[in-house]
Write a protein that binds this ligand. Sequence first.
Ligand SMILES: N[C@@H](CCC(=O)N[C@@H](CS)C(=O)NCC(=O)O)C(=O)O
Length: 204
Amino acid sequence: MLTLHFAPNSRAVRSLWLLEELGLPYELNRMDFHPKDLKSDDHKARHPLGRIPVLEDGDVMIYESGAIADYILERHKNGGLKPASDAPNFPDYLQWFHYCEGMVMPPINTIVVHTILLPEERRDATVLGQAQRLLARSLQPVEEALQGKDYLAGEFSAADTMLGHSIMMAERMGIVTQEHPNLKAYSARLQARPALQKAFEFET
Ligand SMILES: N[C@@H](CCC(=O)N[C@@H](CS)C(=O)NCC(=O)O)C(=O)O
């Protein structure tokens, strides 16, 4: 049985969403998004930095949301959510899957640090502004790529559970606006998916 170590309002929802899309059975270890759980000895034995998501599969323990997605798709079920390497949409799939943690999440992390995590006196408006502008620039190619397409690789894929989640985060941060009609429509399309709605039930 797969066990997903999870906390609400985090990237861990990506893994939960993927498991729901694939209809795979799983157990959820739902922790609080709080050092008492994430930095506990139990959880640090799973992830040395005390982060989530972590997936446990028998004697396998694996972290990094992208690695977890690939592990599930390769070892458990593909479900049509990862194109074959010779499929025409494979390069798009691969690029947008990795664009998430590679390009979009770094400025999102900085925004979270300078709006939520740091005490107010240590937040830096210049750093925050730079990150907001970088995020807006990073989203522009995604806005363009979605022109005439419902999903990043054409059909819904695991790339959407990765980058799509970041797009929804950026929307909540006010960076995705009416100037991004394709991203807005894409976000609404993702949120209409029953598997994501099911995953969001564990967020509250
Ligand atoms: N690149 C990692 C990032 C993991 C990560 O930083 N997760 C955050 C939640 S979104 C976390 O566990 N934060 C808790 C902490 O920093 O203490 C991934 O994609 O899984």
